[in-house]
Design a protein around this ligand. Sequence first.
Ligand code: NAP
Length: 252
Amino acid sequence: MAKKILILGGTADARELAEALAADPGLDVTTSLAGRTSAPAMPSGTVRSGGFGGASGLAAHLVDQDISLLIDATHAYAARMSTNAAQASAVAAVPCFRLERPPWLAREGDDWISAASPEAAAAVLPAKARALVTIGRQQIGPFLARLDITVLARMIEGLDSKPLAPHRIMLARPPFALEDEVLLMRTEHITHLVTKNAGGEITSPKLEAARTTGVQIVMIERPDLPDLETARSVEQAIAIAGRMLAGGGYGP
Ligand code: NAP
């Protein structure tokens, strides 16, 4: 019988991993999405949507569905889901690992300010700043509350209500080309780029564009996550999945 894998998704890497694993007839792959995006990009294999009801709900799901392997491929900032995954794995005795891209690192000559949270990032922007804020819609509130700065908030899905002037929302889905990022920063006279440290190449051109145009970067740091074995690429994740499914153990 095919072995069941549950991927906690919501990222491009999770989709790529699901596609690779679902091609194996010996595996039955389900990706779980939080269910907050109205038209998410759909992964290969089975897709389920919505929360599990905390770590205990996820542990019960792992047992009920006879899952052999849990892969936390959520975004590096989805800290609650990652914590739940580690706890549920221990309770249900189902092996688990994380797929998380390495973070971006500042290069020589980069002008980065580190911020511990979106609130801290919003507070650090100087009056009159013109900020391109690329952190999605869920935590945009503290930026839109600052009426002494101008925010251009780029996100995939819009807000329920229009922000107060001078702020604006820009709907767009990655990838973004370097020349478009440079053009955007120049035409909008951007002084600050606010971003999470997602890592990877899909959205990294904005960092290069900031370098080129002299825009200061406010980098919201990754949250602390439970100590789990971590794949840094989809290829590594496929190898770890193979080992864990073969009974090769798991742990930090
Ligand atoms: P979060 O704060 O860590 O999770 C909050 C709750 O949402 C979880 O406790 C869980 O509910 C539910 N949930 C989260 N991810 C889920 C998944 N893949 N499948 C089923 N339920 C899920 O998560 P978040 O930061 O809001 O992220 C939500 C989703 O968006 C994730 O899939 C993540 O990969 C994706 N995403 C997040 C970011 C970001 O910056 N945070 C960026 C890009 C994509 P229960 O406790 O009820 O199970």
